[in-house]
Design a protein around this ligand. Sequence first.
Ligand SMILES: [Zn+2]
Length: 124
Amino acid sequence: MPEMLETPNPTFLEECGGRLREQRRALLRALATSDGELASLEVHQAGGRSEDAATDVATSIVSRLETRDKQELEELEQALERLEYGTFGLCESCAEQIPLRRLRVVPATRYCLACQKKREAEGA
Ligand SMILES: [Zn+2]
């Protein structure tokens, strides 16, 4: 079966979005340093009026993150943005459809396997 012909359907996108949000939440939760921060994030999870406060907390957590954590979080955020704008699942380098099998394993990925390997080989 040629993988290239696969395109993400709404159910698949929803599944990826759910996993991205879950990963983002888990990361923020792991990085929260106080009960207050944790509580705000939990409220955020339920949705509703405290969303601004939760965003502030998330921002303050992000501001003290180590580079690696920050990068991970940014990749999750960007993947969620791509979902919103309808470009999710396209390689940022060659614009080809990333195989769904790969997206399922790493929904936050930005590159197809070929471009990822090329970048790693170049030390990017
Ligand atoms: Zn590519």
